[in-house]
Each structure stands twice: as structure tokens, then as C-alpha cells.
Design a protein. Structure first.
Length: 310
């Protein structure tokens, strides 16, 4: 991994991943791409609509990249509002990116998600290899994506790798249209109003992770020796499992007056309830040394400081 093209570079993950990769590999070796230009970057930027395969091919070729990190996708709640659009962007974009990787022989990363699991998946300590029958379009896209990435590895020998991300919490760029977005909003509202009304109900546990741990996971997985990897697409990873009241209790350690209330959104609640409470990341730990630095309270302390600064 020496020269990397990132799609969806201005999204929640992309905006921080580009900075991280630039620090590690040099900013001229990270080609940020997105559907429109937002802010000025140190390194190269190109507009790419991932449903345009030729454009993706041309940009990858122009910069002679050796790796694609394909992040452009619609999240779970947005996908449910327009399932066909989600299919076209999530599946169309992925197969285009995989085809470009095949044509130019590139290493490949794309994230899967806890959304790739469904109501029939074991909810606690969800194993790496288990039932995946999701009931959302996003989940269908993620499972199909995992299978497609494994297929490109088996069939064409492509070096494809992925993780199943939990809800990601970060302060640089807001997530858009995800079911786990409440876990980001709660920090902004805690700083602004010392109160938050959650659209996810009390007691609804989901896996979560602070962005610095997520970025380390991507780099560690991509740098792992291929011979160490028995699995590829995609590894269970998580930092902790939490419900809204767990975030509130953690925030109250720093802002004692903080108050949590609920106004549950039935659509996003149904999605959350179809996902696991807590997945088991042991296989990722064993195969490529996955680890995290942030638990809930350590993350809360950092998030509150960073959001305040903003
Ligand atoms: N954070 C994502 C979502 O809520 C899950 O991968 O859609």
C-alpha cells in the first residue's frame, strides 16, 4: 500500500482517513475523490461519481495507484428511504471499484458493517462466521458486498480486505443517515444544550467505536501479511457495546447536569433492533492483531473536549 485512491473522501470516515493516510504515506500519495469538491486538501483531489466506472478507471490509472479504499455509500436509514438509489450507489459503485481494481491489479478495501447482520443472527457475542440475513437494503448491500469481495479474491486473486464496522463516533465530519448517528449527536447536544432527545430507545445496545480506533484498524488490516489472513471480507470489529443511557451515564461523569430523554423514531429503532447487541472481534484480534485504545469513558472525555473546541 503506497499510493491510495479513496472514494467518498469527504464522508465521515473518508475525511479523517485521508488525513491519516497522508501522514503515513505522504499527501501526494493519497488521491481523495468524492462526488463534489468541498474543502481544499493538501494532496490531489478528483471528482468521481462511483457509478461512472470509466472515470474511476481513468483516475486510478492517471495516478498509478496501487490501492483503492472504496468508502462511497449510502448509510442504513437513508438507504431505507430510497432502496433503489441505495442499490445503484452501494452495489453499482462497489462492483465498479472492484472491476477497476481487477483491471489494474490493485489492493482493495471496503467497509462492511454490523448492518450486515439481521434478526436471525445471534445477538450476543455474534460470531465471525454466522447467519447473515439482514432485513434492510443497506444490510443486503453489505452482505452482497462481502460475498462479492471474497469472490474477487477467490476468482481473480485480488487482494480484497474489509471490516464490519460498528457505529463510528467522530467530531470531524458528521455521519449522514445512519442508525447509529445518535451516538454522535448526543455529544454535540451535550456541549450545546446539556440535554439530548434520543431517536433510539432505552436499552437498545449496539456496537460502537471511536474514529481513531477505526482508522488504525483499516491501516493494520491493509498492512497485515496476506498469509496471516484466513478471513477477508469482512472481519467483526468493535470497541464496546452501548445503549443511549450508557452514553448519558458516561457524559454525566463530565457534565453532571446532562439530561437524556427519548422520542423514538420507529424506522431507525426497527433497524437497530435487527442488529446485534455485541459482536465478537476475536478472529480479527487473532488474524491481524486488531485492538482498540478507547473505551466509552475515554472516548467521551476526548469527544467532549474536541466538540467544545469546535
Ligand atoms: N453506522 C452505520 C449506520 O448506522 C452502520 O454501519 O447506518
Amino acid at each position: 500500500m503506497k499510493k491510495i485512491l479513496v472514494t467518498g473522501a469527504f464522508g465521515q470516515i473518508g475525511s479523517e482517513l485521508v488525513t491519516k493516510l497522508s501522514g503515513l504515506y505522504g499527501s501526494s500519495n493519497v488521491i481523495a475523490t468524492d462526488i463534489k469538491e468541498k474543502n481544499q486538501l493538501d494532496g490531489p483531489f478528483e471528482i468521481i461519481d462511483v457509478t461512472d466506472k470509466q472515470r474511476l478507471h481513468d483516475v486510478a490509472k492517471k495516478y498509478e495507484v496501487d490501492t483503492i479504499m472504496h468508502l462511497a455509500a449510502l448509510l442504513s436509514a437513508t438507504a431505507e428511504k430510497d432502496p433503489m438509489k441505495a442499490w445503484n450507489i452501494n452495489m453499482g459503485g462497489l462492483v465498479n471499484a472492484l472491476e477497476v481494481a481487477r483491471e489494474l491489479d490493485l489492493q482493495f478495501f471496503t467497509p462492511s458493517s454490523i448492518g450486515s447482520f439481521g434478526p436471525s443472527t445471534p445477538k450476543d457475542n455474534t460470531p465471525q462466521d454466522t447467519l447473515q440475513r439482514p432485513t434492510t437494503m443497506y444490510g443486503v448491500n453489505k452482505v452482497a458486498g462481502e460475498l462479492l469481495c471474497d469472490y474477487y479474491h477467490e476468482r481473480f486473486g485480488l487482494d480484497t480486505r474489509g471490516v464490519r464496522f460498528p457505529g463510528l463516533i467522530s467530531y470531524e465530519t458528521l455521519p449522514g443517515g445512519g442508525t447509529t448517528d445518535y451516538a454522535v449527536e448526543i455529544y454535540y447536544e451535550a456541549v450545546k444544550n446539556k440535554a439530548y432527545t434520543s431517536f433510539i430507545g432505552e436499552g437498545t445496545k449496539m456496537d460502537m467505536m471511536y474514529m481513531p480506533d477505526a482508522l488504525n484498524a483499516i491501516v493494520d488490516l491493509m498492512e497485515a501479511e496476506p498469509s496471516e489472513l484466513e478471513h477477508r471480507n469482512a472481519f467483526n470489529i468493535t470497541a464496546f457495546s452501548a445503549a443511549p443511557e450508557d452514553f448519558a451515564a458516561s457524559i454525566q461523569k463530565f457534565i453532571p447536569e446532562f439530561e437524556l430523554s427519548y422520542d423514538v423514531d420507529p424506522n431507525r429503532q426497527a433497524i437497530a433492533e435487527s442488529w446485534p447487541n455485541q459482536i465478537d472481534p476475536t478472529v480479527a484480534e487473532n488474524e491481524w492483531g486488531f485492538k482498540t485504545n478507547y473505551d466509552l469513558d475515554k472516548m467521551t472525555k476526548d469527544m467532549l473536549e474536541k466538540v467544545k473546541d469546535k
